[in-house]
Design a protein around this ligand. Sequence first.
Ligand code: FAD
Length: 439
Amino acid sequence: MWYTASVAENLRNAHSYGFRVPGLSDAPAEQPIPFDWNTLKHKRDAYIKRLNGIYERNLEKDHVDEYQGRASFTSANELEVRAQDGSTYSLRAKNILIAVGGAPTIPDIEGAEHGISSDGFFELEHQPKRVAVVGAGYISVELAGIFHTLGSETHLLIRHDKVLRTFDNIISDTLTEHMAGTGINIHKETNITKVVKDESSGALTLTLDTGKTLEVDTLLWAIGRHPETKALNLDKAGVKTDDHGFVTVDAYQKTSAANVFAVGDVIGKALLTPVAIAAGRRLSNRLFGGEQFKDDKLDYSNIASVIFSHPTAGSVGLTEAEAKKEHGEDKIKVYQTKFTGMVRRPLHLPSVSGGSRMTDRVRVPHSAVQRNARQPGAQVADGLQARHAPADREGARCSHRRRGLRRDHAVCRRRRQDGCHQEGPRRHGRDPCVPRASV
Ligand SMILES: Cc1cc2nc3c(=O)[nH]c(=O)nc-3n(C[C@H](O)[C@H](O)[C@H](O)COP(=O)(O)OP(=O)(O)OC[C@H]3O[C@@H](n4cnc5c(N)ncnc54)[C@H](O)[C@@H]3O)c2cc1C
């Protein structure tokens, strides 16, 4: 869906790049381009069905027996499986892996059931004209971005004053400002207290704790996810969970019960598909791969992640706040720069940051005591053009000084004092400006 929105964005920008697309050429840049959600939905569903089939055939080829149903423990070595037709059977195994993932959380308020979750997003047959997305995490940011870019009137309701609060400030601040600048209605410090559905029109009236009401066609809850552990009868296996229900594991994915392991979202750590796969691979290597893999385990530090927002953002390693907490404020240096992305400015595309100058940022922080704790920071938007970021250059060309940003300019100056005389971003994962003392 992100690619679809990206196509819409490119179509809108095509004219500015000199493309004369019949039917689009004279369209004002922000005019919605007709888009058939239903056609895409069915193509996407068919593609996923095909993928499901490929995975099933691969399991067969690998002689994996597949049992369909909901499983729950009867002991540490035995599961009861309830099939869709209601019949049950048991399975015994020497090792059992819990990988049941999580489910979206729906709040306990009147009328909440009229809203959908991210699962419901993929079931939408038609594009809603007006949509409210609730939540400030990456799922709500991504889905709000898709709705808006494809032309829905989009409201994003957040409890605090910005999105992605667990990420570095440079990401959360920039993206919050940028999303508002593109026309997403961000309702800050706002909670829904009640939802009422008009049965004849299907419209939903949201009562907000700011005293206002909001009418939309679709309400999407993206306020968090919880582990699917309640129905597993984990106590019968002696498997412990934390206060939120996530399965507790050690560094080798081992639970508190012998021969019961857990990977993926159910352990509540780095909730990403490649992480679940990598942890599973390491575990199977260790259990069945022989002597050479006897200590294999996944290192959960420095896992890179991307936010498919509009524009995209990415980060890896500790946030600035985490780095300061872990290593001490005096041991951390932060290098930060803003610059204008090539994709818009030279072509005179309209500004998207509420009339102010469009800025894209690259940040290259690192810890003096543990340089590898931080890889090339966050890049937002067209940040790959960091090669030309003015702050990487010498003397009076520091863009911070030109723009009166004294604190950032001081950072540029300090960077030069640290002995950095190189231009350009880090290459091959190395920061050209790492002070010698810290290497
Ligand atoms: C909207 C959205 C967007 C995302 N985007 C990304 C992304 O871009 N990149 C990324 O890396 N990650 C993304 N994620 C996260 C990613 O989907 C998860 O990290 C990943 O799916 C976790 O895999 P898992 O195997 O732990 O759990 P899941 O993929 O959730 O699989 C768990 C399976 O177990 C089944 N199950 C549950 N209980 C039982 C039971 N009792 N018996 C039998 N089966 C059971 C469930 O039905 C499910 O099929 C996204 C998640 C969401 C919701």
